[in-house]
Design a protein around this ligand. Structure first.
Ligand code: ADP
Ligand code: MG
Length: 329
């Protein structure tokens, strides 16, 4: 059983960044308004995600660590999932591949409680100090499976992947405050306060925080719709292009994706105004009826398949071109 758990866990948790993704998504699902991510040594020795969300009642802590226990869905309506999580796999998987500690306090509770799990073995639930919300700490990822540990990249590369995941989720949720800290060097790498206002001003403010003022000042608003598919976001002027495709952020129904079709369409949108060795920068959100898109339900992947691929492609190309043309490009 323990071995089977570790194999299954390996699929959910490939590297520190995938653990961070699962934990931040849980915090978002819990309605957090502020989320802090701390790590050390590229996340290999420490990952800590703190939130001010709904918390987990003491009596539910052991359940949260049990495989296929989720509080989010009853299994009857897989198409209309509004939470990131619904499989109940992340926490048990993390408990199988590292030393996991959860300290949680629902806002109404008088104090926090804590549970730990190491190598799949669960502790008792004990009272602990803690603010309302949840702190999940994962130490020594893959300590029991040196072969997996060896496949991780340098601390620097793993830290970069963590930063990428947090930045993408921060763009997807402008209303939520994010902080990312490297505990090894005690540096705050990134901080974004909750944005208010309408969709575009909140997103613009968030992009200024995440991608920097230079992007924000050189980006045009994209807002297009066809046959029930909507495209919103910001695309940078060709003058802000990059030598590598590092600033391309795409989202489908609010989730970060790395999708070939969308990336290809983005490149095509700029084909007349950018030379082939330059890459456009953009943060674009596709919103479509969930029945018209297959979100690959494998947790570690971020590919999607649109039922109307040609429609989505032309919407993106024309939507971005129209926005650039309005700005005189
Ligand atoms: P899933 O997200 O698919 O439900 P997880 O294993 O990620 O599965 O989490 C299991 C359960 O633990 C969740 O359904 C939720 O009830 C609870 N949980 C996990 N993280 C948090 C959190 N940060 N705040 C509140 N509840 C949480
Ligand atoms: Mg989850």
């Amino acid at each position: 059983e323990a071995a089977a758990n570790r194999i299954a866990a390996g699929e959910v948790v490939e590297r520190p960044a995938s653990a961070v993704k699962e934990l931040v998504e849980n915090a978002l699902d819990a309605g957090a308004r502020r989320i802090s991510v701390d790590y050390a040594d590229g996340g290999k020795t420490l990952i800590r995600v703190s939130d001010d969300g709904t918390g987990i009642p003491a009596e539910e802590l052991p359940l949260a660590l049990s495989r296929h226990a989720t509080s989010k869905i009853d299994g009857t309506d897989l198409l209309n999932i509004h939470t990131f999580g619904f499989r109940g796999e992340a926490l048990p998987s993390l408990g199988a591949v590292g030393r996991l500690g959860i300290t949680s306090r629902p806002p109404g509770a008088a104090s926090a409680c804590r549970i730990t799990v190491d190598g799949g073995r669960m502790s008792d639930v004990l009272p602990a100090a803690g603010n309302p919300g949840t702190v999940v700490e994962l130490r020594d990822l893959f300590h029991a499976t040196p072969a997996r540990l060896k496949f991780l990249r340098t601390d620097r590369a793993e830290a970069q992947a963590i930063g990428d995941v947090v930045r993408r989720l921060a763009m997807a949720e402008p209303g939520v405050g994010f902080t990312l800290r490297d505990r090894g060097s005690n540096r705050t790498l990134f901080r974004a306060d909750p944005e208010t206002g309408d969709l575009f001003s909140a997103l613009h403010g968030r992009l200024r925080q995440v991608l920097g003022p230079e992007f924000a000042d050189n980006a045009v608003r994209v807002d297009a719709e066809r046959d029930g598919v909507r495209l919103t976001g910001f695309a940078a002027l060709p003058t802000y292009s990059r030598g590598a495709a590092v600033s391309q952020f795409l989202f489908v129904n609010g989730r970060p994706v790395k999708d070939r079709l969308l990336l290809g369409a983005l490149r095509a949108a700029y084909s007349d105004v950018l030379s082939r060795d330059r890459h456009p920068a953009a943060a674009l959100f596709v919103t479509v009826d969930p029945e018209r898109v297959d979100v690959n339900v494998h947790p570690a992947k971020s590919e999607v398949r649109f039922r109307d691929a040609a429609l989505v492609r032309s919407l993106l190309i024309n939507g971005v071109r129209a926005a650039l043309a309005d700005a005189g490009h």
